[in-house]
Design a protein around this ligand. Sequence first.
Ligand code: CUA
Length: 179
Amino acid sequence: MYQQAAWVISVVFILFVIFVFLYVVAHSGQRAEYEPIQKKGYRIRNVWFLVVIATMGLATFYTLRDLPFERPAHAADPTVVQVEARQFGFVLSRNEFRVGEPIAFQVTSVDVNHGVGIYDENMELLAQTQAMPKYTNTMYYTFEKPGTYQVLCLEYCGIGHHVMTATITVVPAQEGEGK
Ligand code: CUA
């Protein structure tokens, strides 16, 4: 779908460039006064400038309006989970949670820099942070669906980087206390 759209857009642009090129070639023999062309160019430039400013202004307004900094990303009383990354694996103090349970993953590393990425069953990235030695990053996340989730390292950390995984199980909200 996207590839097809990209293909069509590319072809249209290429045809447009060819058309402009041929137009210039066809008209290059004609002579014209420079001044009227220059004036016209300046007029187009003024309009273009205003269009660009207005577009950028609107885009800035609409994209910045949605920044999440004012909204708290986490509940007041999350479940705190220690996540320790090491070459090559993760140690989670807990790996079973309930749907809707707010979790604060406190992520650190015992050796080198690692990444911690939580993926759903479609391998879509839901949350991620860095695991750094002598430092704790807190990653807040609340699972919305029961299932099995994967934790993968997202930072190249050595020969076993690709085997650095862990599993998280999420059960429906009413099942178990998750302790
Ligand atoms: Cu740990 Cu890559």
